[in-house]
Design a protein around this ligand. Structure first.
Ligand SMILES: Nc1ncnc2c1ncn2[C@@H]1O[C@H](COP(=O)(O)OP(=O)(O)OP(=O)(O)O)[C@@H](O)[C@H]1O
Length: 380
C-alpha cells in the first residue's frame, strides 16, 4: 500500500479521517440527540445547559467551538446542536472558504437561527477569518465593492445564527477568533467501555449480532475513536458473515482483525514496521527520523505524521532531541527482549510521555544500524 501522499492515510483501516466508505454509512450511524451521544460527559453536560438556556430565552445558542482529533464526533455534535435547537444546519469547511466573498455568500443566505458548521476552521483564509469576527459578534459584515481607492464597504445585516467551528488544532486559532466563541468543548479520546457502547449501538443499527467480548475486542483496537470502531465493526462483520455464522465473538473479532493486520493495541502494519525497525535495527534508538524512515522504506513525513502520533500517544515511542527512542512498552508489545546494551537507554514505558530512566548512556547503540537486531525483519 502506498502511504506517502496525503490521500493515502485514509486508506488505512485505522485512519481517523473519513474515507468514502465511511461517508456512505456514517449518516446512518450518527446519534441524533444528546441523549444518544455516547461519552464526552463534560462536553455533553455543558452543551446541554447552553442549549437549554438558549431555548428558554427563545434565542439562538452562543457560538460553539469543538476541538479534538478527527472521528471523535465533532460533526455529529454540530448536527445534534441544530436538532436540539430545531434549526436547519449548513455544513462547510475552512479550506472551501478561500475568499471573503465565499463567506459573505454563505452568511447572507442563512436563515434566522440556522447553525453554520465550519469544519477545519483553522484552515480558513485570513480575509475570510476577519470577516467572520464581525459576523459572529454583530451579525453584520462589510462587503467591499470595487478596488483600490474607489472601494467602498457596504454593510450587510445578517440573521442571527450559531456558528459551530471544529478544529483538530485549537492552538492554531488566532485569539480574536477563539474569544468570540461562547463555549468551547474539548473532545477527548474515548475509553474502551464507551467504544463498546458505540459498537453495540452501531451493531444494532446495522443489524449485526455482536456479543460483549466481541465488542470489547474491537473496542480495544479502535484507538479511542468511534469512527475507527465503526469501521472495524464493518470489516469484522464481513469476516463473521463469510467465515462464520455471522455472530461477532471475541474469537471471530480477533481472527478478523488479524487478517486486516490491526493488532491487539490498534497498531497496523505501518506502525509495527516503524517499531520493528526502531527496535531490531537500532536497538531501540535513539535514531534520527530520516534514518528510521529510510529503514522502513517510507517518506519522513509519513513516519512522522501518520505513524508516530499514535505510537507516542500509546507510550511506545518517544521523540527526544537525540532522535526516536523506543520505550519499554514497545519491546514488550512486539514480544522482544531489549539487547543488553540498550538497558541504560530504555524509556520507562507505559503511557504518553513516559520518561522512565531516560538517560542515553555511553552504551547507547546510536544510529548506525549495527545493533544486535540487525538480522531482523529489515536485515539485508
Ligand atoms: N459519541 C458518539 N457516540 C456514537 N457514535 C459516535 C460518537 N461520536 C462519533 N460517533 C460516530 O463516529 C463517526 C464519526 O463522527 P464525526 O463525523 O462526527 O467525527 P468528526 O470529529 O466530525 O470527524 P472529522 O474531524 O473527520 O470531521 C460518526 O459516524 C458517528 O456515528
Amino acid at each position: 500500500m502506498n502511504w506517502d501522499d496525503a490521500t493515502a492515510e485514509p486508506e488505512r483501516l485505522v485512519a481517523s479521517a473519513a474515507d468514502h466508505d465511511d461517508q456512505a454509512v456514517e449518516a446512518a450511524l450518527r446519534p441524533k440527540d444528546l441523549g444518544e451521544f455516547i461519552g464526552q460527559e463534560r462536553v455533553r453536560q455543558q452543551l446541554d445547559l447552553v442549549l437549554k438556556a438558549a431555548r428558554q430565552r427563545g434565542g439562538t445558542a452562543d457560538h460553539v467551538l469543538l476541538s479534538g482529533a478527527p472521528g471523535l464526533g465533532k460533526t455529529t455534535l454540530s448536527m445534534i446542536i441544530a436538532a436540539e435547537m430545531g434549526a436547519p444546519i449548513r455544513i462547510t469547511s475552512g479550506p472551501a472558504i478561500q475568499h471573503a466573498g465565499d463567506l459573505a455568500a454563505i452568511l447572507s443566505s442563512l436563515q434566522e437561527g440556522e447553525v453554520l458548521f465550519l469544519d477545519e476552521i483553522h484552515r480558513m483564509s485570513r480575509p475570510a477569518e476577519e470577516m467572520l469576527y464581525m459576523a459572529m459578534e454583530d451579525f453584520r459584515v462589510d462587503v467591499i465593492v470595487g478596488k483600490g481607492p474607489g472601494a467602498t464597504a457596504i454593510p450587510l445585516e445578517l440573521p442571527a445564527f450559531t456558528l459551530v467551528g471544529a478544529t483538530t488544532r485549537a492552538g492554531l486559532l488566532p485569539p480574536p477568533l477563539r474569544d468570540r466563541f461562547g463555549f468551547t468543548g474539548h473532545m477527548e479520546f474515548y475509553a474502551p467501555a464507551e467504544l463498546e457502547r458505540v459498537i453495540h449501538r452501531s451493531a444494532g443499527l446495522l443489524d449485526v449480532e455482536v456479543d460483549l467480548e466481541g465488542a470489547a475486542e474491537i473496542a480495544g483496537r479502535s484507538r479511542g475513536t468511534p469512527r475507527i470502531a465503526n469501521r472495524l465493526l464493518r470489516r469484522v462483520r464481513d469476516y463473521a458473515q463469510v467465515r462464520a455464522d455471522g455472530v461477532i465473538t471475541q474469537e471471530i473479532a480477533g481472527q478478523a482483525l488479524e487478517v486486516y493486520e490491526v493488532d491487539a493495541r490498534g497498531l497496523d502494519r505501518l506502525d509495527r514496521a516503524v517499531l520493528h525497525a526502531l527496535l531490531k535495527l537500532f536497538g531501540g534508538g535513539p535514531v534520527g527520523l530520516s534514518t528510521l524512515a529510510v529503514a522502513v522504506g517510507e517518506e519522513r513525513e509519513t513516519v512522522e505524521e501518520v505513524a508516530e502520533p499514535f505510537l507516542v500517544r500509546e507510550g511506545l515511542l518517544a521523540r527526544t532531541p537525540r532522535g526516536r527512542v523506543a520505550t519499554r512498552a514497545a519491546w514488550t508489545h512486539l514480544g522482544l527482549v531489549p539487547p543488553q546494551g540498550a538497558a541504560g537507554q530504555l524509556f520507562g514505558g507505559q503511557g504518553p510521555g513516559g520518561q522512565g530512566s531516560g538517560g542515553h548512556g555511553p552504551g547507547s547503540q546510536g544510529t548506525g544500524g549495527t545493533g544486535p537486531g540487525q538480522t531482523g525483519l529489515f536485515g539485508p
